[in-house]
Every structure is written in structure tokens, then in C-alpha cells.
Design a protein around this ligand. Structure first.
Ligand code: ZN
Length: 201
């Protein structure tokens, strides 16, 4: 192999690597663009819908299934692990969540039927409170019952992360946010992050 060929081969390898990296960074940029677009469709702090109490779902129809599909897509694109209907401005009692790698789940008219006395403090974020992470105390284990999008009964017993996610989403259906559950210091800090910046002219 001549020196020239060797160089050429080396350059070729290098080019392949560069192309792969460019492809990766393009995929990352696309995911970030999708995430921002999805967040733009999710109600943000200050929107009154986030403070309202949602009503029970009565009709398990195509509209409901379309809403569930839309919420699941938004949750994925926003890179979240849960999304409540109130966060898309729909005052109905349902949320989608995905606390593990077993795929997205939906629960309609959810009721917490069991709650462990033991609690754990951990940081939580929220798709409606961008840039905020605050410590929130949650029960380490819960059982939740409700319906799926077709009106069939569902029941889940969840611990640790799953338990935290469903307690967070249930709160949304009652107009409750993580800043209501944290200590005064973290609440103040969060509010200063969320407060629209004053524009000085
Ligand atoms: Zn949230």
C-alpha cells in the first residue's frame, strides 16, 4: 500500500466518522426542535387552565381516543414522563404517563385507592414549569384505579418513580402544581424563575 493510498483510506475513515457525527447532531437538533414545538402546545405556568379542577370523563368515544393519542405524542416529543389533560387546556380527568420502558399508559377518571404512609423527598420538574426543579415529598407506593380510553377498568400498583409520577399527574387534575408542595425557599426561587422578565427600555 502506497503512502498516498494509506492517507486516502485514513481520510475516508475520518470523513465517515464526521458524517456520522453530523447526522447525530442533526438528529439531536431535530429532537430539540420537536421538544420546543411540543412545549409550545403545553399550557405554561400563568395559564389559568393549570389551576382549574378537571371533570370526570363521561363519553369514551373517538374524541377521547384522539385526545389520548395527541397527549401521548406531546409527552414523547416534549421528552416528559407524564402529561395531564389540564396541561393541554382540556378540563377532563385523564393523564398519560410512562415511568418505565413498558410503553405509554393512560388512565381516565383516576382514583388513588391506596397510599403508603412512608414518603420520600426528591426533585421534580414539570412540562408546564420550564426551568424549575423542586424537592417534593411523595408517598413511595400507591395503587390507582380508573378506566382506559375504551372504558375498561384498569388498576396499577406503583412504587418509587411510578408512584411519584402518578401523584404529580393526579395533582394536575385538581389544579395543584409542584410549587404548592415544596418548601418556602424553593417556592420563592421557582417563582423568580417563572416570573416573566421585566423589560427595561
Ligand atoms: Zn406537571
Amino acid at each position: 500500500m502506497s503512502e498516498h493510498d494509506h492517507d486516502h483510506e485514513h481520510d475516508h475513515d475520518h470523513d465517515d466518522h464526521a458524517a456520522e457525527t453530523a447526522e447525530e447532531s442533526r438528529a439531536e437538533a431535530e429532537a430539540e426542535a420537536r421538544r420546543r414545538f411540543a412545549l409550545g402546545q403545553i399550557r405554561q405556568y400563568g395559564d389559568p387552565a393549570l389551576r382549574l379542577v378537571a371533570h370526570d370523563v363521561v363519553d369514551f368515544d373517538d374524541d377521547l381516543r384522539r385526545l389520548v393519542d395527541r397527549m401521548t405524542t406531546l409527552m414523547h416529543e416534549a421528552q416528559g414522563v407524564g402529561l395531564a389533560a389540564t396541561q393541554v387546556g382540556v378540563l377532563r380527568r385523564l393523564f398519560v404517563f410512562e415511568p418505565d420502558d413498558e410503553g405509554p399508559r393512560v388512565i381516565v377518571n383516576p382514583v388513588l385507592v391506596e397510599r403508603a404512609d412512608q414518603t420520600e423527598l426528591d426533585e421534580e420538574g414539570c412540562l408546564s414549569l420550564q426551568g424549575v426543579r423542586v424537592p417534593v415529598e411523595r408517598s413511595i407506593r400507591v395503587a390507582i384505579e380508573g378506566k382506559d380510553a375504551d372504558g375498561n377498568d384498569v388498576r396499577w400498583e406503583l412504587d418509587e418513580y411510578g408512584s411519584r409520577v402518578v401523584q404529580h399527574e393526579l395533582d394536575h387534575l385538581d389544579g395543584v402544581l409542584i410549587i404548592d408542595h415544596t418548601d418556602e425557599e424553593h417556592r420563592k426561587e421557582a417563582l423568580s424563575t417563572l416570573r416573566p422578565r421585566v423589560v427595561l427600555r
